[in-house]
Design a protein around this ligand. Structure first.
Ligand SMILES: [Zn+2]
Length: 54
């Protein structure tokens, strides 16, 4: 498990931690996953609907 530095308080936090345990800052991966994951899921659902004519 790797450690990374909190952008807000500069303490070490786990890369798998969703929030900094020191200050509650949300790790950027959660934000990245949201903004990347939601469009990709929407895209795949859209393709599925178009191709299989549901
Ligand atoms: Zn912090």
């Amino acid at each position: 498990m790797a450690l990374r530095r909190c952008h807000d308080c500069s303490n070490d936090i786990s890369t798998s931690a969703r929030r900094c345990p020191h200050c509650g800052w949300i790790t950027h991966w959660e934000v990245v996953n949201f903004f990347v994951g939601v469009p990709i899921i929407t895209l795949f659902v859209g393709i599925y609907i178009v191709f299989f004519d549901l």
